[in-house]
Design a protein around this ligand. Structure first.
Ligand SMILES: C[S@@+](CC[C@H](N)C(=O)[O-])C[C@H]1O[C@@H](n2cnc3c(N)ncnc32)[C@H](O)[C@@H]1O
Length: 300
């Protein structure tokens, strides 16, 4: 990838040109590029908008539609989704999480090259300043919140609050979809642990079907999602990735569930044991993990 001269103020992000000619951000701290290969907009469209048939889902749902955006970054996923659904008159609650606003600030400073901010700059500036913004998005009303901080810690805190029942959850109601976009498990292991996904699953409403697509197809991640309680299946291809992963709290949202063949492959894989803490390791399944995995309702 070619690093390009960018507007200053960036300490740990660089602007890069992807092979297809579009631009994206490269994190020097993580050594990874956001939305590599196909670029920010194309990836978000295929992973979230098209795969989830988001427009149809929205048309068939009358109430407030809740989207969690885990890893706001430079807001490519969030803006691609907002742009794709703007003609459908609904109330949208968008809840973004990140432990830094640096990629978004850097993205806005390089908006012309990135090309996907058009029309949303003012709203993003308010979001950066006050961590909350409400606005009209075509036919919709949008309430967008930003929660800054370490996501695993925020999640654990929110569950504790809910448990003590003294404080109403400040994140509002449970999500209908989760855009889950951290850096890779090898570089960002704190965002891919079994405790994190277990807590995430516990935040969902069993009465509200929720779906979580993500770009990885690794066995380790799929085992983690299953053990956290999700139903898990093969997600659609994006760019050069032949497969991604889709998880949901209800089986009917997973069109192509992982079956016994996958289970047998996981059993012999050298990298299938979930991360139990924020350290990246590649290990085969432990005996107790295998017993839990094969007892998952998906394989019964
Ligand atoms: C791949 S980037 C997200 C790209 C973004 N979705 C977009 O469309 O531009 C991953 C993001 O996860 C955030 N992140 C990494 N570890 C985190 C943590 N422990 N808590 C919250 N956010 C985290 C990073 O700061 C980064 O912005």
């Amino acid at each position: 990838l070619k690093a390009l001269p960018s507007t200053p103020a960036a300490t740990s992000y660089q602007l890069v040109q992807l092979p297809g000619g579009t631009h994206s951000l490269h994190s020097l701290a993580y050594g990874e590029t956001l939305h590599p290969v196909v670029g920010p907009v194309a990836e978000a469209e295929s992973l979230y908008v098209n795969q989830l048939r988001l427009r149809e889902r929205l048309k068939n749902y009358a109430g407030e539609f809740v989207i969690w955006d885990v890893g706001l970054g430079a807001a490519a996923n969030a803006l691609t989704v907002l742009r794709a659904i703007r003609e459908i008159p609904r109330a949208i609650r968008l809840v973004s999480f990140d432990d830094t606003t640096e990629p978004l600030e850097f993205g806005l400073q390089n908006a012309a090259a990135l090309g996907y901010f058009g029309g949303y700059e003012k709203q993003l500036e308010t979001l950066l300043r006050t961590h909350q913004v409400t606005f009209r998005n075509g036919e919709q009303s949008v309430n967008w919140q930003l929660h800054s901080g370490d996501f695993p810690t925020l999640l654990a805190g929110a569950l504790e609050e809910r448990h003590s029942q003294t404080v109403a959850s400040k994140w509002g109601v449970a999500p209908h979809i989760i855009l889950f976009d951290a850096f890779s498990p090898a570089k960002n292991p704190d965002m891919w642990t079994l405790p994190l996904f277990t807590n995430l699953f516990r935040m969902l409403d069993p009465q509200r079907s929720c779906v979580l697509p993500t770009y990885s197809r690794s066995t380790l991640l799929r085992v983690t999602l299953l053990l956290a309680g999700f139903f898990v299946g093969v997600g659609q291809a994006t760019g050069v990735k032949a497969e991604t992963t889709i998880a949901a709290n209800t089986p009917e949202r997973v069109a192509e569930p992982l079956g016994r063949k996958w289970l047998q492959r996981a059993r012999v894989s050298g990298s299938a044991e979930p991360l139990h803490d924020a350290v990246y390791r590649q290990l085969p399944l432990a005996g107790a993990t295998w017993e839990r995995l094969r007892a998952h309702p998906q394989f019964q």
